[in-house]
Design a protein around this ligand. Structure first.
Ligand SMILES: Cc1cc2nc3c(=O)[nH]c(=O)nc-3n(C[C@H](O)[C@H](O)[C@H](O)COP(=O)(O)O)c2cc1C
Length: 330
């Protein structure tokens, strides 16, 4: 059975990637993930805020502010606590590259143009096989329109792509007005792939203490449906690689993602919940399903149910929505 897949120009031994998360913080866990069958891994992100904090702290030290002002000294931690953060990231990347045989994808996470983008070059120089760019922004200003947000994002994407030679993928928000169009724009910038989708942290309300509670819930398979829809719509046209992220927990989820057109799937919640062994279980289920359905390679499965190839394209579209709504009775 041939599970090879081409993702961002890299040949992966199967479509299971460990998504950006703390899974890659521990070398031993990464080794276990590789042994369990993971085909690549994405490091947790280096955040724009981390980079800028380090730069601001260095500047203050150089200017003497942090030394001369006791309040500032309280505010800025010891040099060792903050100034090495991006350096530590690169050191972890170097360690992963030295230990693992599978590709290691670094991740940059930001939302504004700026110096943090220069870190793409340092990431490339340290040996990352690819770079995933996560443009996590939460526009709260009603004066900022969608066009401005998208133009800013494309500006950042172009800047990163022009500064490195390794393949760059972009992890997208599902909340674009016209995702298919935006993905084409991302492709025109030179990105080699897109990850559908980023999963936004959503705070809850505490109605007794009247507080907004930060929380991070792990996903379940129901979240995959949004990914399946957009993979199906985008895959007939896209020339870049497509990865599903969000709600991939089982071999069925991987099969569905590939049928929708994904070249790869990223797992985080499933690994955090069940440990590295879940990767082996999923691969086992994938191979069994392919054998039972007489598939010899993943290429035969990819896109078989996307918008242009599924037997009933209306099932993806508005017509089916009306039918489904009318099927409910009280
Ligand atoms: C604890 C945790 C940490 C994460 N850290 C990052 C990160 O650093 N960068 C990033 O792009 N995504 C991050 N994510 C998002 C995941 O990469 C992924 O997109 C999301 O969890 C959906 O996938 P899942 O359903 O398999 O969990 C994180 C998710 C979790 C649960």
């Amino acid at each position: 059975m041939n599970l090879d897949t081409n993702y961002l120009g890299l040949t992966l031994r199967n479509p299971l990637i460990v998504g950006a998360s703390p899974c890659c913080d521990d070398i031993d866990v990464c080794r276990r993930l590789e042994t369990a069958g993971a085909a690549a891994l994405v490091m947790h992100s280096l955040f724009e805020e981390q980079v800028e904090f380090e730069e601001a702290a260095r500047y203050r030290l150089l200017e003497g502010t942090a030394e001369s002002n006791p309040e500032a000294r309280d505010y800025f931690p010891n040099l060792e606590d903050y100034s090495l953060t991006p350096d530590l990231y690169l050191r972890q990347l170097a360690r992963l590259k030295a230990t693992l045989k599978i590709p290691v994808i670094a991740s940059l996470n930001g939302y504004r143009p700026g110096g943090w983008v220069d870190h793409a070059r340092r990431i490339e120089a340290t040996g990352a096989d690819a770079l995933e760019l996560n443009l996590y922004s939460l526009p709260t200003d009603p004066d900022t329109d969608a066009d401005t947000i998208e133009s800013d994002q494309l500006f950042i994407i172009r800047g990163v792509i022009e500064s490195v030679t390794i393949p760059v993928s972009v992890k997208l928000s599902p909340w674009h007005t016209a995702p298919a169009h935006f993905i084409r724009e991302v492709e025109l910038c030179g990105a080699k792939g897109v990850v559908l989708f980023n999963r936004f942290y959503q705070p809850d309300f505490d109605i007794e203490d009247l507080e907004v509670k930060p929380q991070l819930r792990l996903s379940d398979s129901s979240e995959l449906l949004l990914r399946l829809r957009w993979l199906s719509i985008v895959s007939p046209h896209a020339k870049l690689s497509l990865a599903a992220s969000g709600g991939v927990h089982t071999s069925e989820d991987v099969i569905k993602s590939v049928l929708a057109g994904a070249h790869a799937t990223q797992l985080v919640s499933a690994i955090l919940r069940h440990g590295p062994g879940v990767v082996t279980d999923i691969l086992y289920g994938l191979v069994n399903w392919m054998e039972a359905h007489d598939y010899e390679n993943l290429g035969q499965v990819r896109g078989a149910l996307n918008l242009s190839r599924c037997p009933d394209p209306a099932a993806h579209e508005r017509a089916n929505y009306v039918k489904i709504l009318q099927s409910w009775k009280v």
